[in-house]
Design a protein. Structure first.
Length: 368
């Protein structure tokens, strides 16, 4: 039952929580559109659900309406984000809602898109549909963290990860794995949830990574590979070069080596020449802007110490996963120490901490 203080009932909360979980499931997989979850209820029974389609279409509301085998007249719809109300590549969801016979609509937050924001309430109430806003608002704001960054700043939402040993080493000769199998699965899950993954050519040539998603059944969701390679030092024997094809690899560079450029282009690699700053480094914000213009909304950074430190220092990372192993690594001539801890603690807040009792490694998630 709802109270005067709380206009939403426990049932309302439960239905919207299901919608939020549906949206979370597709988060990072809906291209330029936000991931939305939708639940339709009639006589206290869920009669249909919908999610935003892969790459952003159809919208969740349309999928839920079309998925229903029952007459929707008199039903309630619970949707995580304000429905669209304008003609774009698809007709407005508000039109389909009105035509369906739905009598009540619940949504968590207004869409940040100026074409949509706050307009659906007026459109639907004029058609005698009762509209409720703000249901599970905090959960929805957290769900749409990346979408808000995308719309507000025209930048990808950047997640970075780094694994360190107990004695804060990122790398030591002859040691390939720092973290355990559970942490590896989470790393591949992050690759699945991000459209692109970025590393430096130094990391590429030393580690020869695959940068793909190796969770069984999700291999096709492997991210696009982004390489920062100022002088086009990429080793042509690496997996990334050998597996490159049209539209799966982008290299940012500042090179005039036409021979190397031709070799890379023949493999289908997209080459983007980007200017350097006074320190002879890439301007990473310009690179992020370019990636956004290419349709990349969620970016995972698995770079080394230098690129990660630079991005943390300039607050270009929105979410940071720190994996801390129980292993102690030996310091060798070529070892690398994690030196970004102070910057991380100064610029970011701890969002979640996963106990080593559960996964053996300690995993801390920081947010800006």
């Amino acid at each position: 039952m709802s109270t005067k203080k709380d206009k939403f009932s426990s049932k309302d909360n439960n239905y919207m929580r299901i919608a939020i979980n549906l949206a979370k499931e597709r988060k990072g997989l809906t291209g330029e559109n936000p991931s939305v979850g939708c639940v339709i209820v009639k006589k206290d029974k869920i009669i249909s659900i919908g999610q935003t389609g892969f790459n952003g279409r159809p919208h969740a509301e349309i999928n839920a309406i079309e998925n229903s085998d029952e007459n929707l007249s008199g039903s309630k719809m619970y949707v995580t984000l304000e429905p669209c109300n304008h003609y774009g590549k698809t007709p407005p969801c508000t039109k389909s809602i009105i035509n369906s016979g739905i009598k009540e609509l619940f949504y968590s937050i207004n869409d940040i898109d100026k074409k949509v924001k706050g307009k659906s309430f007026k459109i639907l109430t004029k058609k005698n549909i009762k509209v409720w806003r703000g249901l599970l608002k905090k959960e929805a704001i957290d769900l749409y963290d990346s979408y808000i960054i995308n719309r507000k700043y025209q930048l990808p939402f950047v997640t970075a990860k780094m694994a360190v040993s107990k004695n804060k080493l990122l790398y030591s000769e002859k040691v390939k794995k720092i973290t355990n199998q559970s942490s590896d699965k989470l790393s591949h899950y992050l690759r699945y949830k991000n459209e692109a993954i970025m590393i430096s050519s130094n990391t590429l040539n030393i580690d020869n990574p695959k940068l793909n998603c190796r969770l069984i059944g999700y291999e096709k969701f492997s991210p696009k590979r982004i390489i920062l390679d100022k002088d086009l030092d990429i080793d042509l024997n690496t997996y990334i070069f050998k597996s490159a094809k049209k539209n799966n690899t982008i290299i940012f560079h500042y090179s005039s080596d036409h021979s190397k450029i031709n070799i890379l282009k023949k493999k289908g690699i997209t080459l983007i020449k980007s200017r350097l700053n006074f320190k002879k480094r890439f301007n990473l914000k310009i690179i992020l802007k370019k990636l956004f213009s290419l349709g990349i909304r969620n970016l995972l950074v698995e770079g080394g110490e230098k690129i990660t430190k630079n991005m943390l220092k300039n607050r270009l990372i929105n979410q940071f996963y720190l994996f801390e192993s129980l292993k102690t690594l030996q310091k060798t001539k070529k070892h690398v120490i994690f030196t970004s801890n102070d910057i991380l603690n100064r610029n970011y807040k701890v969002k979640t901490m996963i106990s080593p009792k559960l996964v053996k490694d300690k995993i801390t998630i920081y947010k800006r």
